[in-house]
Design a protein around this ligand. Structure first.
Ligand code: ADP
Ligand code: MG
Length: 213
């Protein structure tokens, strides 16, 4: 059974809820190694994105995702907004014209999201950014699908890999973004962007489990 645009919309609404519920948590993580705004930024961005969804709800997955991306870029300041905005826009580009998504489409979209973040932010693996959660997630998704997993199981693997990637940022020295200004003092703190990336992957896995698990 393919993933529908209705599933995608469910996912986006749940993402907004989870980001709102974790607003203080993400902001506290950013207070330790940044400027204490990541949760506020993400919450503002997802709320703005939800407001823009009604007119495109009957459109293809690409249009829906690009609408979210543009909302994030235009309402969220700092690094996080443009990076997540690019991720959603690039995912949307891959899914242009599609109303039903096969597992390979989901993989292609997440991979495009990752490439978008890397293109825009130039972070390498190990720089203590969202890339450290998203890269293992995409790899795990690809591997699970290659091994014949269904979309729910494959996204579960992706979420678990993102969670591990998020935890793995704790001992890292930040080399990109505001946290890099701290140098050695960034060590020992979990990266806020890697954490929000994990939370979004967790939503995708949970929504897929409820419908296709
Ligand atoms: P800002 O740092 O401008 O306040 P946010 O607090 O919203 O923006 O987001 C911070 C997060 O953005 C970091 O935790 C990190 O994961 C991510 N980030 C920062 N710079 C980069 C980059 N160059 N590439 C990828 N991710 C980055
Ligand atoms: Mg910040």
């Amino acid at each position: 059974m393919p993933v529908t645009t209705q599933d995608l919309l469910t996912c986006l609404h749940r993402m907004a809820e989870v980001i709102e519920a974790n607003r203080e948590y993400l902001t506290a993580l950013d207070a330790a190694i940044g400027d204490a705004d990541h949760g506020i930024n993400m919450d503002r961005g997802f709320k703005a994105a939800l407001k823009r969804l009604p007119p495109v709800e009957d459109k293809d997955a690409g249009t829906i995702l690009k609408t979210v991306g543009v909302a994030l870029v235009s309402t969220v300041g700092g690094a996080g907004g443009p990076l997540y905005g690019t991720a959603f826009m690039q995912a949307g580009t891959v899914l242009g014209g599609k109303y039903e998504l096969e597992p390979q489409d989901v993989l292609a979209a997440l991979d495009a999201a990752l490439q978008g973040v890397v293109m825009r932010g130039k972070a390498n693996l190990g720089d203590k950014t969202m890339v450290d959660a998203l890269t293992p997630a995409v790899n795990a998704l690809r591997e699970a699908l290659q091994n014949g997993a269904n979309i729910a199981d494959a996204l579960e693997q992706a979420a678990l890999a993102a969670e591990q990637g998020m935890k793995d940022t704790i001992p890292m020295l930040a080399k990109k973004g505001r946290a890099s200004y701290l140098g050695e003092r960034s060590i020992g703190h979990q990266d806020p962007g890697a954490t929000s990336t994990y939370l979004l992957l967790r939503v995708m896995a949970d929504v897929a489990r409820e419908k296709y698990g």
